[in-house]
Design a protein around this ligand. Structure first.
Ligand SMILES: Nc1ncnc2c1ncn2[C@@H]1O[C@H](COP(=O)(O)OP(=O)(O)OP(=O)(O)O)[C@@H](O)[C@H]1O
Ligand SMILES: [Mg+2]
Length: 338
């Protein structure tokens, strides 16, 4: 299959010596939504900026829409749209002017800019506000405008760096819908996020990136199923007549059950390979056979955070807060040096 993006052993070390990307390889298929999931400082923005040719790689090769980004930068430039993490709209211009200017950057014909700008501003619900200065816009409106501007020249591949960072749930959901629509129209989308739900809900495939390295790469469902199945927790009624031990032995024998154990006093956990939801009625049927009363059941499916945990030994939130701690400590040291 022809690939939209091919990245081969990419390394990026900044001039201050920070090795932000430490030799990563991956490819993105045409027509898919591909996500880079990782905590603050993992190297997501560095990767995106290097892949689109904004930063020069320290080493490695990048092919974008068939063009070598380092050897044929101008051709590669036309294939891509990019909305950066820090929204790049000019707030002293109107919404329309921002989109128009972007079209001019790509040397588009006047009539094409007009046609595309109208279509995009309408699609992003900004048409009514097209003649207002962007400084009067909310954060969510600016983000939408930034993505609209990135699309003016109808790129085949769209790069979105943290498209929903800091947005409320409704705006985030709206942006997810736009992204899905672009995909339906055949566009390839590469996005970065540190929201687990976003990667899970939106991406066909996800690369988990941590400290400049890809730790895992696959469909979210596959990554989660590798974790080892669904977890069912059970508690029993106090006045149960039957024998809980016999019941648990029978559960152990069931097909698809990987383990049965007592977690805490009176709370039992059952790990099943998959389809934990289908197992629940079967557990009830078995319980009534053994005359055992079940008082509560919970089903927990593995999340991408569990996947992240498996590959890095911490949750994404822990990774982010430890980075915050590091940043704080660095700040304190710097102050003390002064
Ligand atoms: N211009 C730069 N000069 C030096 N170091 C940089 C520069 N930009 C980023 N870094 C460092 O490179 C590493 C990766 O940063 P990057 O911005 O790629 O991470 P990220 O995954 O996008 O994080 P976030 O989720 O916070 O956006 C960090 O340690 C960061 O401090
Ligand atoms: Mg970033």
């Amino acid at each position: 299959m022809n690939e939209a993006i091919i990245v081969d052993n990419l390394k990026k070390t900044y001039s201050n010596g920070v090795e932000a990307v430490k030799g990563i390889s991956f490819s993105v298929h045409y027509g898919e939504i591909f996500g880079f999931l990782g905590p603050n400082g993992a190297g997501k923005s560095t990767t995106i900026k290097t892949v689109i040719g904004l930063l020069k790689p320290t080493s490695g090769k990048i092919i974008l829409d068939g063009y070598d980004v380092q050897k044929e930068p101008y051709k590669a430039r036309l294939s891509k749209g990019y909305a950066s993490q820090e929204t790049a709209v000019d707030d002293r211009l109107t919404a329309y002017e921002n989109v128009y200017l972007q079209g001019k950057f790509f040397h588009m014909k006047e009539e094409d800019i007009k046609k595309n700008a109208e279509e995009l501003l309408k699609m992003f619900n900004l048409w009514e506000r097209r003649n207002d200065l962007v400084e009067t816009f909310s954060g969510g409106m600016m983000k939408r405008l930034d993505i609209a501007a990135a699309l003016i020249h109808r790129p085949r591949i769209l790069f979105l760096d943290e498209p929903t960072l800091g947005l409320d749930i409704q705006t985030r959901a709206a942006i997810w819908e736009y992204i899905r629509k672009f995909k339906e129209n055949g566009m390839t989308i590469f996005l970065t996020t540190h929201y687990l739900e976003e990667a899970d809900a939106l991406c066909d495939r996800v690369a988990i990136i941590d400290q400049g390295k890809i730790m895992a790469l696959d469909k979210p469902g596959v990554l989660k199923s590798e974790i080892g199945g669904d977890l069912i927790t059970l508690t029993f009624s106090e006045n149960t007549n039957g024998d809980i031990k016999d019941f648990l032995e029978a559960v152990k024998e069931k097909e698809g059950v990987k383990s049965v154990s007592e977690m805490k006093n009176g709370i039992y956990s059952i790990v099943v390979e998959k389809n934990g939801d289908k197992m629940i009625p079967e557990l009830f049927a078995l319980a009534s056979k053994f005359n055992v009363g079940i008082s509560s059941v919970r089903l927990k499916r593995p999340t991408l955070d569990d996947v992240y945990m498996k590959y890095t030994g911490r949750t994404i939130r822990e990774a982010e807060s430890s980075r915050d701690e590091n940043a704080k400590n660095r700040l304190i040291t710097r102050r003390m040096k002064r």
